[in-house]
Design a protein. Structure first.
Length: 421
């Protein structure tokens, strides 16, 4: 008596492998970048540098990894995300290794800035753009998981770097982190597939022609998108907000050290941003799918600005942990929602290129914000001025988003699945 062969179980939708690859790339890329706060004091001591000069290393890298999206985004739309992600991860690892061998702060700035900056710049926008194409109904949730790698990286990598520095020194630590990030990142990038149609699928896993799935929209050209009022409002809001967004990543550890908090505890405070950020990316993206992604994005702008007020009043470790958790929550939601809002507004045909242009606003803010904060500290011996400016700039960005939502600038594209398309 022969038994019937067991039916194979349902295959996992390949879009989740793309999400996994994006998660790992963002974890290694941004996690490596945000170890800079752990290296801040050793670099400053090694090269007898001011905080303004030292923080310029981070600002230069940040400018490149967001600014490079204007090139990598359109390239990904044309040639695919996978090769760019692989090259980006190799560049990132090489830059960290070369930073460990640097003989001056200028060489650190060039190696770290060009390697980490271009490495993330070539990989981040392409992999995040690819995720947007694989999902429709659950786009906010999938995007949130993909970029939650940044939060996990912020939680794990700075404490790891601090431990390595204590045992191996800052030079060998940079080399070890660079080698691991380059090899693992390049390997996992091979999982990235640019579009579900390359696998004979539709967004969310439906087969071609499925009545439950609509075809991937063609979407706007980059020129039409960039010249639209919707994009201009979003760009201006991100530009204002980003002046302060990355100040904590460069200066929270030095701030904690100034208030007598031990270095090991100070690095874990930075890691608390990663905890909050991971929660924001995992949960707020899914909530935004139900409540409306544009309105949720506005809440992220307001939340980050208000969190700066907590930082201004914090002098003890537990207070800084509260700030880091709250700030991380809204920062994580902000990062998760931006690509989804772009996809909602402009479609999938050029989503990588449009996200890349949008992120140049963040690049300019990142170039100015952390380095200006360091210069302000050198002049005033206090972080109160940069914290206050960061809060005001964030609220100004929130006001722009509020006006845009009120005038329905963001409301022209809608779908059948929810309130905001």
């Amino acid at each position: 008596m022969s038994s019937k062969p067991a039916r194979p179980g349902p295959r996992v939708f390949y879009g989740w492998f793309v999400v996994l690859a994006a998660f790992t790339v963002t974890l290694l890329g941004f996690g490596s970048a945000y170890t800079f706060s752990a290296f801040f004091e050793p670099l400053q001591r090694e090269f007898s540098a001011s905080r303004g000069a030292t923080s310029l290393v981070f600002s230069f890298a940040g400018f490149l990894y967001f600014g490079a999206g204007i090139v990598s985004g359109p390239l990904a739309d044309r040639i695919g995300s996978r090769p760019l992600a692989v090259v980006g991860m190799v560049l990132l690892g090489s830059g960290l290794v070369l930073a460990g061998a640097a003989r001056s702060l200028t060489e650190v700035c060039l190696a770290y800035g060009l390697g980490v900056g271009l490495g993330i710049g070539l990989s981040y926008v392409p992999v995040v753009g690819a995720v947007q194409r694989w999902f429709d109904r659950r786009r906010g949730f999938a995007s949130g998981i993909a970029v939650s790698g940044i939060g996990v990286g912020t939680l794990v990598m700075p404490p790891l770097a601090s431990w390595l520095i204590g045992h191996l020194g800052w030079r060998m630590s940079y080399m070890l982190i660079g080698g691991l990030a380059g090899v693992i990142g390049a390997g996992v990038s091979l999982l990235v597939v640019n579009d579900p149609r390359e696998r004979g699928l539709m967004p969310d896993g439906g087969p071609p022609g499925s009545p439950l799935r609509r075809a991937q929209p063609e979407g706007a050209s980059i020129r039409d998108a960039v010249l639209s009022r919707r994009f201009i409002a979003l760009y201006a809001a991100c530009l204002l907000c980003s002046f302060g967004v990355f100040v904590p990543f460069a200066h929270l550890v030095p701030y904690a050290l100034d208030h007598g908090i031990p270095p090991s505890s100070a690095v874990w405070i930075l890691g608390a941003i990663g905890i909050g950020s991971t929660a924001g990316r995992f949960f707020l993206g899914g909530v935004a799918d139900r409540l409306g992604r544009q309105a949720s994005l506005l809440a992220m702008f307001v939340g980050m600005a208000l969190a700066m007020g907590i930082w201004a009043l914090s002098t003890q470790a537990w207070q800084l942990v509260v700030f880091a958790l709250v700030y991380g929550l809204f920062y994580g939601g902000w990062v998760a929602l931006l690509p989804a809002v772009v996809m909602d507004g402009f479609g999938g045909r050029n989503v990588g290129g449009i996200i890349g242009v949008l992120y140049t606003s963040v690049a300019f803010g990142t170039l100015a914000g952390p380095s200006a904060a360091g210069l302000a500290f050198d002049l005033t011996r206090s972080y109160m001025l940069p914290i206050a400016v960061s809060a005001v700039a964030g609220m100004a960005g929130a006001c722009l988003i509020a006006v845009a939502c009120r005038s329905d600038i963001f409301g022209s594209r809608r779908s059948s699945r929810g309130p905001d398309g």
